[in-house]
Design a protein around this ligand. Structure first.
Ligand SMILES: [Zn+2]
Length: 75
């Protein structure tokens, strides 16, 4: 999933966005930084199921994913 940072009418919005779109009506919080991200219903259900199952918020915004990847590389 790629986080779309700015609205783009020419691009079909796919994946999480930082703004609400016709497709992304549900808000989730990044499990690391707490940033609100808008996702579609399927993604929201996935995150909700995980939280309801007692797991930590599995959602990571693009920035935190990058940071996590960096940390992983550094070992
Ligand atoms: Zn984050």
């Amino acid at each position: 999933m790629t986080l779309q940072l700015i609205p783009s009418p020419t691009l079909t919005t796919y994946g999480p966005t930082v703004f609400k779109t016709e497709r992304n009506q549900r808000e989730v919080r990044c499990g690391m930084c707490g940033k609100i991200i808008y996702v579609d219903q399927a993604t929201f259900d996935f995150v909700s199921d995980a939280i309801n199952s007692g797991l930590d918020d599995p959602f990571r915004c693009e920035l935190c994913k990058d940071e996590y990847d960096d940390l992983a590389y550094e070992g």
